[in-house]
Design a protein around this ligand. Structure first.
Ligand SMILES: [Zn+2]
Length: 307
C-alpha cells in the first residue's frame, strides 16, 4: 500500500459526500417553489442577524419568522420525499472532513483507513491467491475455501450464479473474494471488481451523464463474466440511484446467467431493510444464490494476507 492509496481512499469518501449533497441539491432545485422558499429563508435569516447584531427588540419576532421560513422550505422538501439534512455536506469523519489529517497530524480515523485499505481492498491490482493462505487463515477459512475453489473449478457452468459473503470485518471474506476473482481471471474470464463506494459513484455518473460514456459504464457492469462488489452497505444511499441501479444490475446479470459476488458486513435482515424486498429476494433466491456466513470465524485482521 502506498500513500497514494490512502489519498485515493479519502478522495473517494469526499467525492461521495459531495456527490450525495449535490445530487439532493439538484433534486430540490427541480421543485417548483424550492428556490423561492430558500431565498425567503435567507432573507429572514439576514434580517434576524442584523437585528441581533444591532440589539433591536424586533429580533424575537424575526427569529420566529426565520423558523417558519425554514419549516416551510423543509416541508416542501419532505413532501417531495427529500430529507432536508441531505442538502448539507456530511463527511464520514467530521473531525478531519475526510482528509485524514487535522492540522498536519493524522486524524483518529487514519489508522483505521490504512487497515481497511490494506486488508479489505488494498490489493486490487495484485489479489492474493488461494495458495497464499497462512496456516491459521487456511484453518479458519477451510469451510469456504474449498467450496469456493471447487466453484471456481466449474465456473461458469455452476447452477448458483450469485454469491454473498456476509460477516464482520476481518473475517477474511474480502480475501476469499479476491482470491476467487484472481482464479476466474486466470481462467480467461473477465472480472469487474468495485468497492460499493466506487460502484455507487459509477451509478451516479450513469444517472447524470448524457453522452456516450453512459453505455460504457453499464456495459462494463453487465457484460463482465464476474462482477465483484466489495463492502456492500458502506455506500451512501442516493434516492433513485443506489437501490434502483443495484437492483437493475444484479437482476439483469441473474437473467443473463452471469455471476456476481458480493461481500458485506450486513446480515440478511439489514440487506432487506436497506435495499428492499426486490433486491433481497434476488440475493436469497434458492435456485441461483448462496450466502456464506463468516460470523463464526475469529478476527483475522491482525494478520495481513501473505502474498
Ligand atoms: Zn478523520
Amino acid at each position: 500500500m502506498t500513500y497514494r492509496d490512502v489519498e485515493r481512499y479519502y478522495e473517494e469518501l469526499r467525492r461521495n459526500a459531495v456527490a450525495k449533497r449535490d445530487y439532493y441539491r439538484a433534486l430540490a432545485e427541480r421543485l417548483p417553489d424550492f428556490i423561492a422558499l430558500e431565498q425567503e429563508e435567507k432573507a429572514a435569516l439576514m434580517a434576524l442577524y442584523r437585528a441581533e447584531y444591532e440589539g433591536l427588540s424586533s429580533a424575537d419576532g424575526l427569529r420566529q419568522t426565520a423558523k417558519q421560513k425554514t419549516a416551510a422550505k423543509n416541508a416542501a422538501l419532505a413532501a417531495a420525499g427529500i430529507n432536508p439534512d441531505d442538502l448539507t455536506l456530511h463527511y464520514a469523519c467530521e473531525k478531519c472532513k475526510d482528509t485524514g489529517f487535522v492540522d498536519t497530524k493524522p486524524c483518529t480515523c487514519y489508522s483505521d483507513a490504512r487497515k481497511k485499505i490494506l486488508l479489505e481492498r488494498g490489493v486490487t491490482a495484485d489479489f492474493p491467491s488461494f495458495a497464499s493462505h497462512t496456516a491459521k487463515k487456511e484453518a479458519a477459512l477451510d469451510k469456504f475455501h474449498h467450496s469456493i475453489q471447487n466453484f471456481s473449478g466449474i465456473f461458469p457452468e455452476t447452477q448458483v450464479k450469485t454469491l454473498v459473503f456476509s460477516g464482520n470485518c476481518g473475517t477474511g471474506k474480502t480475501f476469499l473474494m479476491q482470491a476467487f476473482c484472481k482464479e476466474i481471471e486466470a481462467k480467461g474470464f473477465s472480472v469487474c471488481y468495485h468497492t460499493a463506494l466506487e460502484l455507487n459513484q459509477l451509478f451516479l455518473d450513469y444517472h447524470t451523464t448524457k453522452n456516450g460514456l453512459r453505455a460504457d459504464i453499464m456495459d462494463r457492469l453487465l457484460l463482465s463474466d464476474l462482477l465483484a462488489i466489495d463492502d456492500l452497505g458502506t455506500e451512501p444511499i442516493l434516492k433513485n440511484v443506489t437501490v434502483e441501479y443495484l437492483l437493475s444490475v444484479i437482476s439483469t446479470r441473474a437473467l443473463r446467467k452471469k455471476h456476481t459476488v458480493i461481500t458485506t458486513n450486513l446480515g440478511g435482515g439489514e440487506v432487506l431493510s436497506r435495499y428492499g424486498e426486490r433486491l433481497f429476494s434476488r440475493l436469497v433466491d434458492k435456485a441461483s444464490a448462496r450466502w456464506l456466513l463468516f460470523r463464526d470465524i475469529p478476527d483475522l485482521r491482525l494478520e495481513p494476507p501473505a502474498k
